[in-house]
Design a protein around this ligand. Structure first.
Ligand code: URA
Length: 238
């Protein structure tokens, strides 16, 4: 027996928290009866779980990919405002349960992970997992040594201090190019960190996520992770 929200996440309906919302919203039924109690347990072998009237199954063979996200796409599978979304770039019809693990801003490019495995998504995003993400940022104007030191120590944002970041100036001078690695995953964190030291991020690109690197994956393209890559990613993250 497992909790219904876990079943939904394992079936790729949503994240664990998103699945709880689906239950509370009355969109989930078990053996034909709408269930709204979060504590409900189901037997994955014998119970029939449906979302919006359609039976959903746990697919034990999770599908996990990395996308090299171009600028100009929202990280969501559906945008009510009709903007281009990352869903257009990944094989959603073959894998309708795919969802993005975390997010990149509309104009941020680079490595974005997707999976059909809700547990994996949750594990990777949990703050205690400390997954390191490395970004390359193009800064407009100048970046002082004092600013770099502040980023390395941690800066105060409106949601609290950031943890120390690894920062390396790859190209000094006007409009410098900077590599920055962080473990946290707050909204627009890198842009806000630079803004806290008086700098504007002109371009932002994510090079790596945990043990995964984009390498030669072309912009707008995706590839499936190997079993070994998934294993390493999870072992480093758990
Ligand atoms: N930090 C940001 O500011 N934006 C992103 O897209 C990712 C990290």
């Amino acid at each position: 027996m497992m909790r219904l929200s876990r079943y939904l996440a394992r079936a790729g309906a949503s994240s664990r928290r998103g699945s709880e919302r689906l239950i509370l919203d009355g969109r989930v039924s078990v053996n034909g009866q709408v269930v709204r109690e979060l504590g409900t347990k189901v037997d994955e072998d014998s119970d029939c779980v449906s979302l919006d009237g359609k039976q959903i199954f746990i697919d034990n063979s999770a599908f996990t990919i990395m996308l090299n996200k171009p600028a100009g796409y929202v990280t969501t599978m559906h945008d009510p405002q009709g903007r281009p979304t990352v869903a257009e770039l990944v094989p959603i019809s073959a894998h309708p349960a795919l969802f993005p693990v975390g997010r990149l801003d509309f104009n941020t490019t680079g490595l974005l992970l997707f999976t059909t495995d809700g547990d994996m998504g949750n594990a990777l995003l949990h703050p205690s997992r400390n997954v390191e993400k490395t970004y390359i940022a193009r800064i407009s104007g100048n970046l002082s040594d004092a600013g770099v030191s502040l980023l390395r120590e941690g800066v105060l944002l409106d949601d609290g201090m950031t943890a120390p970041a690894k920062v390396e100036v790859l190209q000094a001078g006007k409009n410098p190019l900077v590599s920055i690695s962080i473990h946290e995953g707050r909204k627009r964190q890198v842009r806000r960190m630079f803004s806290a030291i008086g700098c504007h991020v002109e371009e932002l690109h994510r090079l790596s996520f945990g043990s995964l690197c984009l390498d030669d994956l072309q912009e707008g393209c995706w590839r499936e992770l190997t079993d070994a890559e998934v294993h390493t990613l999870l072992n480093n993250a758990r």
